[in-house]
Design a binder for this molecule. Structure first.
Ligand SMILES: NC(=O)c1ccc[n+]([C@@H]2O[C@H](COP(=O)([O-])OP(=O)(O)OC[C@H]3O[C@@H](n4cnc5c(N)ncnc54)[C@H](OP(=O)(O)O)[C@@H]3O)[C@@H](O)[C@H]2O)c1
Length: 246
């Protein structure tokens, strides 16, 4: 299976930390040429440097997934540097959850713009390239929140449910040449858990993270599994979570 990762060209959004960074490092260690996007230049550079230090191939570019042009630039960079794009992992996301009564509308807007519009921007940027190549794979990162909503995650869960639905719609339209995969992690030990959330939600998240979270490498392995299938085989949906998660 590892042979099918070697040499592939994989773009990943949200690759400066957490699941995106772990996935980038895991796939690069298997020989993938990775093109990484995120907003924090210093953190992105650290990931690129770690990959290059083990002999891998990585390029980092500043990408804000809410901006259409940034996704076009990410895809174009992959094609210009490596001649093609095999996989786009749309992983960037924000989990700034809070109770509705807090009326944190800026956070609601940011979750919609990043988690939902960001994925659509990736599809719009990569789909024409995949069609031209007659090959390509979308890996969209949702969440177990796409399967069950738990307060106060209503808006976050809505964005991830939307990603689940649009990914299935895209799969149905993708035809025989493309692959479309939804990867839904459960509680994962990253710095994003509780970041920007209301104080009570952040504290509850931090507690749960310390008690039950799995390492981001577990999600990276699931993504590798979906990418490493033979041509013509599509892993449409993967839910990966800690056994102790209810
Ligand atoms: N951790 C969990 O328990 C869990 C569970 C289910 C699903 N997920 C999902 O997994 C994905 C990754 O989250 P994580 O847990 O790894 O948290 P994380 O460490 O905070 O990673 C989030 C990544 O997204 C990037 N990002 C955020 N907004 C962005 C934007 N507008 N444009 C470009 N990049 C942006 C961040 O980089 P910059 O800030 O540098 O831009 C960072 O690299 C998210 O979609 C999240 O919803 C996480």
């Amino acid at each position: 299976m590892h042979d099918r990762i070697d040499g592939t060209v994989i773009a990943i959004t949200g690759a400066s930390s957490g699941i995106g960074a772990a996935t980038a490092e895991h796939l690069a260690a298997l020989g993938a040429r990775v093109v990484l996007g995120a907003r924090r230049e210093d953190r992105l550079k650290e990931v690129v440097d770690r990959i290059v230090a083990i002999g891998g191939t990585a390029t980092g570019i500043i990408v804000d997934v809410t901006q259409r042009d940034d996704l076009v630039r990410l895809v174009r960079t992959a094609v210009e540097r490596h001649g093609r794009l095999d996989v786009l992992v749309s992983n960037a996301g924000t989990m700034a959850v809070s109770p509705f009564d807090d009326l944190r509308q800026d956070d609601w807007d940011a979750m919609v713009a990043t988690n939902l519009t960001g994925v659509l921007n990736g599809i719009a940027a990569a789909l024409p390239v995949f069609r031209r190549q007659r090959s390509g794979q979308f890996v969209n990162v949702a969440s177990t929140a796409a399967y069950v909503v738990k307060a106060p995650q209503g808006v976050y869960a809505a964005t991830k449910t939307a990603v689940k639905v649009l990914t299935e719609g895209l799969r149905q339209e993708s035809g025989p040449d493309l692959r479309v995969t939804l990867v839904s992690p459960g509680f994962t030990n990253t710095e994003g858990v509780g970041k920007g959330a209301s104080p009570e939600a952040a504290a509850a998240f931090a507690r749960q993270r310390d008690e039950i979270a799995m390492p981001p490498s577990a999600v990276a392995s699931a993504i590798e599994y979906a990418i490493a299938q033979p041509a013509g085989i599509d892993i449409s949906e993967v839910v990966v979570r800690p056994t102790v998660q209810a």
